[in-house]
Design a protein. Structure first.
Length: 635
């Protein structure tokens, strides 16, 4: 902006800037910013002043005057002035802002790029892991003949006669008994079947009891893989319940972990108790149940499911009866449990003679026993009562196929009086005084527990000669227990000692799942139970290590055997040829296995005249195909 205007005349072409000073103490209008004498000149200005315009801005803080050439007010000499001293700070500021913005853009761009690269690497690693999961091979082993003798369980190679004794360090894995039809722990952000199996094997577990429901077997329903299976685990995204059972069994078989199938429920939506009290219902009559068992035997009795040892026919059949004699009037024939075991067991063995038939006990109530010098009245645990097994035995058509699987729990489920020095109850309030956690106190507690065990199924172990293991046992253990004397932990340890001392064939703890429901810890809370299991939380990423370690005292026999699938083929004729075919122990397809086999053949030819011919040894590679539910050729 110019400081003033010269009149038009002979020096009109020359323009000078008048130095001005600002006085913020005077009021002036912006239009008085003029050269000397300009305000009263008759010569028109080059453009009107701000005062001459329709709107006049009043600036109370500005007054102006002319400076001399030394800078003093009122001076007359004019100096040329370019105005750059006013402009350069703004330009510099703009330059700094621009440079800073470019720097920030560059910095955050680099950060975003690095973040993207990191995420890409993670994605690629996860994708790679999942890709590896899809190609893990299932084991292709010969389905053994599972049998019993002298109170022990054996797996026998039907080709060679090789025999291995089995003792279970087992665990229950629930979920498939419910409407979802999937074992829990396999959903997104939980775990994978291969990882769960590997963790079990690494921690010394060699068997899993797998609770099922009858309805989904009968209907072959679709399991809820959308909510209960990780979408990346495509091998488990199956369409039918039977296929889900196969996948789980095969997955455990990769680690040579045995599986006991358990018909836990009839209706997966049943919630009135842990399970129905009978092995049939109005909706699923006994004829339908027979077909269900026959379906299982047809579909799952194969080399691909070599690790299935048999079927626990019904979880806790406490609505049935086991009379001392079948003529006892209190026990109707349709709910006679030992006779039902015989009928169902024979139907299964007719289709799958390799399996074992597993029977639980019933439920004895108001049992009176002398415990530590006092008469105690109590109820057995569901499934524990085998008192009449010796006087009214189960007799299958095939010998050496029956096993007993009673249940027993610590006071975590219910604080029965025999677990404590004193116990009183009123409604949902239970008060207890523990046996002290001392040498003397442990002797008394063990005597009480042993007395109840002996009464429930001791005679089945010692007199009948039928192998016996815990189908379920457990409770809250170790650091999770709130009782000062750790009574639950001590009882679990005593159950394990009893199994070892009585030469039982092991047992299956309840459960691998982190959400097992227990009503009693330091108080009785049936409406708000404690949750406990082998895994610590719903993320399925860590064990209760003290529980895992404690269960290893139930001395198992180690990994299940994987017998090679071998056979000898002989042809007749002028020459003879024999071939031994051994099937590789792994195959990459778990639903329709193609097993690579190597056959070593020795051909011997003998001339008609009786002279010996040269013997030629050849090696050939053959391929045999086994469907998921049938036996392979060359077995």
């Amino acid at each position: 902006m110019y400081g003033g205007n010269s009149p038009i005349g002979e020096n009109a072409g020359e323009r000078t800037h008048s130095n001005v000073w600002k006085d913020t103490s005077e009021e002036e209008i912006y239009g008085s910013y003029l050269g000397p004498g300009d305000a009263g000149s008759d010569v028109p200005m080059m453009r009107p002043t701000m005062a001459a315009r329709p709107s006049t801005a009043i600036h109370q803080d500005i007054a102006v005057g002319q400076l001399d050439d030394t800078g003093a007010a009122g001076g007359g000499a004019a100096k040329t002035y370019t105005g750059r001293k006013v402009v350069w700070p703004g330009a510099l500021f703009l330059l700094v802002i621009t440079a800073g913005a470019l720097g920030l853009i560059t910095y955050f761009g680099v950060e975003e790029y690095n973040s993207a690269q990191t995420q890409q690497s993670l994605t690629e690693s996860v994708t790679e892991v999942d890709r590896e999961r899809k190609v893990t091979s299932v084991k292709s082993c010969l389905l053994p003949d599972y049998s019993t003798a002298d109170g022990k369980i054996y797996a026998t190679d039907s080709n060679t006669g090789e025999k291995e004794q089995l003792v279970f360090t087992g665990i229950n894995w629930s979920g498939m008994e419910n409407a979802e039809g999937v074992p829990h722990g396999l959903a997104t952000k939980q775990s994978y079947l291969d990882d769960i199996a590997a963790n079990l094997s690494d921690n010394g577990f060699n068997a899993v009891r797998l609770p099922l429901n009858a309805q989904m077997i009968i209907d072959n329903s679709a399991p809820n893989t959308k909510l209960f299976v990780n979408s990346l685990d495509t091998d488990l995204n199956v369409d039918t319940y039977i296929d889900m059972i196969k996948k789980v069994v095969q997955g455990l078989g990769k680690q040579q972990i045995g599986v006991l199938l358990d018909i836990h429920k009839i209706d997966p939506n049943f919630t009135d108790d842990t399970s129905e009290h009978l092995w049939f219902t109005d909706d699923y009559p006994i004829a339908t149940i027979y077909k269900m068992f026959e379906t299982l035997a047809t579909e799952l009795c194969s080399d691909l499911e070599y690790n299935i040892i048999g079927i626990d026919l019904k979880n806790e059949p406490v609505g049935g009866c086991w009379p001392a004699d079948d003529t006892d009037e209190y026990c109707d024939s349709d709910v006679n449990w030992p006779r039902a075991v015989e009928t169902i067991g024979n139907k299964i063995l007719a289709i799958c003679p390799n399996w074992l038939i597993v029977a639980e006990g019933n439920y004895a109530t108001n049992t009176v026993a002398e415990i530590n010098g006092a008469n105690v009245t109590y109820n057995d645990w569901y499934g524990a009562s085998l008192q009449n097994a010796s006087v009214n035995p189960i007799a299958l058509k095939t010998d050496g196929k029956l096993v007993f699987a009673p249940h027993f729990y610590s006071p975590s489920v219910y604080p029965s009086s025999y677990f404590f020095k004193k116990q009183s109850s009123s409604g949902d309030t239970v008060s207890v005084t523990e046996y002290p956690n001392t040498t003397e106190g442990n002797v008394l507690l063990k005597a009480a527990v042993t007395a109840v065990l002996d009464n429930a199924f001791g005679n089945a172990v010692t007199e009948v000669g039928v192998p016996t293991f815990y189908g379920e046992f457990g409770g809250i253990y170790g650091s999770a227990e709130l009782l000062a004397g750790l009574t639950s932990t001590r009882v679990i340890e005593m159950l394990i000692e009893y199994a070892n001392d009585m030469n039982m064939t092991g047992g299956f703890a309840w459960a691998i799942n982190p959400d097992g429901s227990y009503d009693f810890n330091d108080e009785y809370k049936p409406d708000d139970p404690w949750q406990y299991g082998l895994y610590t939380s719903s993320s399925w990423d860590a064990y209760h290590t003290d529980f895992a370690t404690g269960l290893q005292n139930l001395k198992g026999s180690g990994s299940f055997p994987c017998f090679s699938k071998t056979t000898t083929v002989t042809s007749s004729g002028s020459g003879s040829t024999s071939a031994t075919i051994t099937t590789d122990s792994t195959t990459s397809d778990s639903s329709s296995s193609t097993a690579a086999t190597t056959a070593t053949s020795t051909a011997a030819s003998t001339a008609a005249s009786g002279s010996a011919a040269a013997t030629t040894a050849t090696t050939a590679t053959t391929t045999t195909t086994a469907s998921s539910a049938a036996t392979a050729t060359a077995i």
